[in-house]
Ligand binder design. Sequence first.
Ligand code: SIN
Length: 291
Amino acid sequence: MDSYTLAAAERLTTRPARDYRHFSVQPVTPVIGAELTGLDLSRPLDDEQLAEVKDAFLTHHVLVFRDQHLSPDDHKRFAGYFGQLRRSQRVAGDDRDPEVLDIKADGSSSFVDGNGWHTDGTADAEPSLGSMLYITRPPAIGSGGDTMWANMHFAYEMLSPTMQAFLDGLTAVHDGLIPWQGYQPPLEYTIPKSEHPVVVRHPETGRKLLFVNPGFTSHIVQLSPDESRGLLDMLFTMVATRPVLSCRVRWTPNTLVFWDNRCTQHHAIWDYYPHERYGQRVSINGTRPTA
Ligand code: SIN
């Protein structure tokens, strides 16, 4: 690790651990992710439980709840504690619940949602606050299909102060067409495109973070195309090649993971073809990112 990364890791990992009354917490890594044991999400949570979950969420960014037996309404109720639910666009005649997205891959899949580093919905003017993925059937071979999450506060903090200062004043375009490369989106879909600061502050903690991702960010507005490509590639490579800033979760049947889209990227690993993996995702509306 270089000295900037070490200093950032030291700041992150010397936070005092907190005890909770309603569940126990086992961090996945010192910088991102925690398994919470002791809550049954099929039942409504009371205010105290919810306040503790919110605290753990802001501390660890990715919360893992195992052995949950949830109906779609339970899943939506838990997500609804954190904000309004996002509605997916649907083509005419598709009467599935727009608030619940199937995440499914099997032997007939030619692509898999989220198989690359990205943050959900950043092409929207008000990107998602967070997502909750409930995997009921991980790959039957017993391994594969893990998901990785990266801490984008840490990604910003591991940069040199000179690079941080340079990025601080920039904005980038996030283009909803990027995930469709090679495919034709349904004609009735509205494809979102938005400009956001490259460095934003988390709306609840005020901490700075790097807010660009290869899944949606097309270019940095204030730079030439070559400069923009070079800089974004450097930042994307840093996230992809520094395992110290990410955690990896292995799904067991009936696991729900709740992650903060405002300060993380994630990558669903498609290493189980032709096996099946199935779950449902509910996402929560967020607010416009600000520098
Ligand atoms: C997603 O990108 O939201 C899907 C994540 C996953 O399937 O693990």
